[in-house]
Design a protein around this ligand. Structure first.
Ligand code: TXA
Ligand code: MG
Length: 344
């Protein structure tokens, strides 16, 4: 199969994508977070293809992408008022809400759960594709399972060339980390995955928020978790990653003292001069955290190289999207964090 790449601006790109979706095929779609590997979320066979191409475990549910709050009731029931309040404030945008699923949503899509994740992406061409296809698009991040997510059309091509018919190229993803997931099916709203919307923004609207254990700690493979995806090794280059926290100077002193040939340093642009001779790679500016989230996965993909021995990573502090970066880097590092302040 030849994989075609069409620019989102090209006339007919959305129509071509919608046609493939309607016929049960797969299309890589841009969103403001990461690229998705999309198919008709109501078509079991199409959804099966997503799992096969991505190499994804069957119990890991897919998010349904919809065009707006008016679609919530089509796929969810018993929807609390909070869902509409959140949709009003954050949609279109990087927020996924987990709600009780209606029977029309195949259990293959929900990974066997009786809940469904719904999200309205902030990306005109993708909402247009959903509209033209007339069905919700089920889409996991387009990366091969276990690899860092895809934030450019080229990343998708790297993972899936010859395996899918079409990639719609919307340019590099603005947010760069996946959506925030909040579960509204329990007694209290629960944060299952931090993302583009910060936990404090959710809390301000909801007045209450539990942070799921999977966000902050390593989960065993056989543990029962609410966001099944969180237990799988994720976002990780092949080699070990270790986060070094603490001040610029102390972290640099620690890393420089332990650096060996074959290691790499993933750091902020402002820190590059501190790591001369240590093969540093910057993923954005510490002073502008949005550049860090936008650049994180491209950097992790660049560092996904069998020739690299170990990666020392620097991680921003604070809330908002920095909280999501901390989560992704900790997962890439299997929660291995060294505090340079304590050591020196
Ligand atoms: O930003 C995003 O959310 C991107 C773009 C493409 O929209 N999609 C994405 O999908 O990140 P994926 O499949 O890579 O991650 C979805 C996560 C998984 O951890 C999955 O377990 C969880 O959402 N999830 C989906 N439906 C769920 C449900 N009903 N209950 C709990 N967790 C759910
Ligand atoms: Mg993913």
């Amino acid at each position: 199969m030849k994989t075609q790449v069409l620019s989102a601006q090209q006339t007919g790109a959305a129509a071509a994508a919608a046609e493939i979706i309607k016929n049960g095929g797969l299309v890589a779609i841009p969103t403001e977070t990461v690229y998705g590997l999309g198919a008709n979320g109501l078509d079991e066979n199409a959804v099966r293809e997503i799992f096969r191409v991505k190499g994804r475990p069957q119990d890991n549910p897919l998010i349904l992408h919809i065009t707006g709050p008016e679609d919530i009731e089509r796929f969810a029931h018993g929807v609390p008022q909070a869902a509409y309040t959140l949709a009003e404030k954050f949609w279109p945008g990087p927020l996924t809400m987990v709600l009780p699923a209606r029977a029309n949503v195949p259990r293959r899509t929900t990974g066997g759960l009786d809940t469904v994740g719904l999200r309205c992406p902030d990306c005109d061409v993708t909402r247009e594709i959903i509209r033209l296809a007339g069905v919700p698009i089920a889409a996991p991040s387009a990366n091969i399972s276990g690899k860092p997510s895809t934030t450019t059309a080229q990343h998708v091509l790297d993972d899936h060339e010859g395996k899918i018919p079409l990639i719609v190229d919307g340019g590099p993803c603005r947010v760069g980390v996946e959506s925030t997931i909040v579960d509204l099916t329990g007694r209290r709203p629960r944060l299952l995955r931090p993302g583009g919307i910060g936990p404090e923004e959710l809390l301000a609207v909801l007045g209450d928020l539990v942070v799921d254990k999977a966000v902050t700690a390593q989960i065993d493979q056989d543990e029962v978790v609410r966001a099944p995806g969180m237990k799988y090794r994720h976002y990780a280059p092949q080699e070990p990653v270790v986060i070094v926290s603490g001040s610029r100077e102390k972290a640099a002193a620690y890393i420089r003292a332990h650096f060996e040939p074959g290691d790499r340093v993933l750091c902020f642009e402002e820190e590059l001069p501190l790591y001369e001779g240590c093969a540093p790679l910057s993923y954005g500016r510490e002073a502008d955290v949005d550049t860090l989230s936008a650049g994180l996965f491209a950097a992790l993909r660049e560092l996904d190289d069998a020739g690299i021995h170990q990666v020392y990573a620097r991680c921003p502090v604070g809330g908002g999207v920095a909280y999501a970066i901390q989560n992704r880097l900790k997962k890439a590092a299997a929660f291995h964090v060294i505090d340079a302040e304590e050591l020196l």
